[in-house]
Design a protein around this ligand. Sequence first.
Ligand code: SAM
Ligand code: SF4
Length: 327
Amino acid sequence: MLIDNHHRVINYLRLAVTDRCNLRCNYCMPEEGINFAKRDDLFTMEELCKLATIMVSQGIDKIRLTGGEPFVRKDLMVLFRHLASLEGLKDISVTTNATLIGPYIEELKALGIKNINVSLDAINKEVFERITRRNQYEIVHENLIKLISEGFNVRINCIALNQQNIEEIVPLVELTKYYPVSVRFLEEMPFNGGSKTFNHITWDYKTIFNHIQENFEGIEKLESEKTSTSINYKIAGHQGTFGLIPSFSRTFCGSCNRLRISATGDVITCLYGKPRMNLREVLRTENSDSKIQEYILAAIGSRSKTGFEEQQKYKGVFNNSMTSIGG
Ligand code: SAM
Ligand code: SF4
């Protein structure tokens, strides 16, 4: 079992499989001039499989694939198949923009992958295209409906963006009336590749909640898992639920069970910090799994207690982009 220096069990790995993406969401990446990693610096599929195996043997029982856009990698299903074969791995999930997932839905279902997070910041086409800077609205809509009707546990993640998509919050909550989905609203974080900086947000989780409460009656708070980052609610008569993720307010650090590994091998113990180390070269040069395990143990043995503490240690952390961290 992996336990950090603040006695938190770390059982959840968020593994970025690429830093590339076919969208350019304006809160995540600049429009141009992005420094993508060199191809050689990205993990190969074999390396990703090996890393997952090692970490599951250390006590990771939940892996979420993320990116960039995970499905940009044409060999992604090789990793899903490998993960599905790992004993001890209880939960395999993916976070996707849902543009490219269509051809893989059937196999994902057959492999027993149930949890799919779809990032969708608007159900209005113009707003969606303005935010993502691409015209992929129709295919996202089609794939989202397919995922829901195939019975996946679909969670829709929407970042509340001041002056961009606030009028989308109510229609997105409205979706939970007709579909058994969980719609979660996240606070914007200042990780966008440096195109925008801020130290304060207008739309924090309390403000989002008040806005929803002004528009819906019969909101009931739900019990959530101790390690959940979302505060969850159900509206009477609705099939689905909605949630709020205080990703900027950071109310959940005390029960953080996550470790992030970027597509180039950076080990990230907190979103608000700098990578603790890089695993890629160790994985490429060392033949023994125990060396990798030692590195992982060292990383989780030096975690900050909270994201605020971590942020104070590292100047310039806000130049990071989510496309390399994986969200
Ligand atoms: N491309 C996939 C997607 O969009 O779902 C996976 C990678 S994306 C970086 C993972 C998550 O990070 C998405 O839900 C996205 O909305 C979120 N994200 C990206 N930039 C963010 C920011 N500045 N603040 C908060 N969340 C952000
Ligand atoms: Fe791509 Fe996801 Fe970032 Fe949007 S949020 S640009 S889809 S990585």
